[in-house]
Design a protein around this ligand. Structure first.
Ligand SMILES: NC(=O)c1ccc[n+]([C@@H]2O[C@H](COP(=O)([O-])OP(=O)(O)OC[C@H]3O[C@@H](n4cnc5c(N)ncnc54)[C@H](OP(=O)(O)O)[C@@H]3O)[C@@H](O)[C@H]2O)c1
Length: 346
């Protein structure tokens, strides 16, 4: 099935004379990773995507040319070194929004300790290029949550290397695109909420950035010495409160919900309760991250001649695309055209 959003691939001529040929990607199976792998593959790079579960992720990536999907434990320093031996660059997209416990150990493991192992593996294999996907407000000292502090610590650790490894960090606001976990999640929750929708941290501001804008910027920076050792903040063209984004989602879905803004005390209490709900739909750490606006002044996308896309022109294409498909099934069912397994009998 083709994506409803078609974007011109980077031209092969744009990577002419490149020294980087084979790239190891960690976290390449996720939302950003799938877009990035797609674009890198179209641009002619050879890719090695390291995953914890090849079988689970194979459908999303296996058809891309020049891509090896390798199951391994990237937290095993020796294995990581071995896997990077035939690569010229590393892109680290690994990130978690929640940990199993509540003391920050899981965040440190997934973000900081992994960055240490990546650095050691790059040094051992003479790899001198790393792209790191971080987050706006990441700050080792002043970050408000474990997520933001450990993301900041990982960035600092990579940029402080003494091995002539050129690191570029990307610090986006919330990222949107067909498989995002932001608009899709709110769409899912809105559909299941009758009449009203209680919303924590409703006044926090975000400037959503389109996943393909981010991905194109990452690819163009790969061979750009001007991006070496830089930390780029990335925002979309417009700023919205969280309440406005949820309201926009409901409008796109064609449903009417009263959004009930929760005050700070209730937002925190809601997060404390959800800490104990399986899957942590909204944890205390998420609440602490969402206390700061996720916006920035600069428009670094312009540096790479990327005109940032706004949510209004992209999000309806994929949110309504899903609902159209489910509506077709309903139409087929009513007209008795649905296959037998798809029909409902009294
Ligand atoms: N999405 C956003 O709005 C947003 C905003 C700002 C920053 N970011 C950052 O952007 C990066 C990519 O985000 P995303 O939305 O694409 O995330 P995602 O869909 O959750 O994908 C992350 C990938 O990382 C790997 N991973 C997760 N936990 C891991 C662990 N404990 N150990 C090893 N690998 C693990 C997984 O790969 P396998 O399962 O194949 O191993 C997963 O596919 C993250 O670092 C995130 O912090 C995202």
């Amino acid at each position: 099935m083709r994506s409803p959003i078609q974007v011109a691939p980077l031209l092969k001529s744009q990577i002419k004379n490149m020294l980087i040929k084979r790239i190891a990607i960690l976290g390449g199976t996720g939302f950003v990773g799938q877009s990035l792998c797609n674009q890198l593959s179209q641009a002619g790079y050879a890719l090695k995507v390291l995953t914890r579960n090849r079988e689970y992720n194979r459908d999303n990536l296996i058809l891309l040319p020049n891509l090896d999907l390798v199951q391994t434990n990237i937290h095993d320093a020796d294995k990581l070194k071995q896997h990077l031996a035939d690569c010229d660059a590393v892109i680290n997209l690994v990130g978690i929004l929640n940990e199993k416990g509540r003391n920050g150990v899981g965040f440190k493991h997934a973000h900081v300790e992994l960055a240490e192992k990546i650095m050691a593996a790059c040094e051992a294999n003479n790899i001198n290029r790393i792209l790191q996907l971080s987050a706006l407000n990441a700050d080792a000292i002043n970050g408000k949550s474990y997520y933001l502090r450990t993301k900041g610590e990982a960035e600092d650790l990579l940029h402080a290397n003494n091995a002539d490894i050129h690191v570029t960090s990307f610090r986006p606001s919330v990222i949107f695109g067909e498989k995002d976990s932001f608009f899709n999640r709110f769409a899912y929750l809105l559909k299941r909420s009758p009449f009203f929708f209680p919303l924590a941290c409703h006044a926090t501001k975000f400037a959503p950035v389109y996943v393909l804008d981010l991905v194109h910027m990452m690819i163009r920076s790969l061979n750009d010495p001007g991006s070496y050792d830089q930390r780029f903040q990335l925002c979309g063209p417009k700023t919205y409160t969280l309440a406005a984004l949820v309201d926009f989602t409901a409008t796109v879905m064609g449903i009417k919900r009263n959004i009930i803004p929760l005050n700070d005390v209730v937002s925190r209490a809601q997060a404390a309760i959800f800490d104990f709900v399986p899957g942590k739909p909204f944890s205390t750490d998420n609440y602490l991250s969402a206390k700061s606006d996720s916006v920035c002044e600069c428009n670094i996308l312009a540096r790479y001649a990327i005109h940032p896309q706004a949510i209004e022109s992209i999000v309806p294409q994929y949110l309504t695309h899903h609902s159209y498909r489910s509506r077709y099934t309903e139409y087929r069912r009513k007209s008795h055209l649905a296959p037998s397994h798809d029909r409902q009998y009294p």
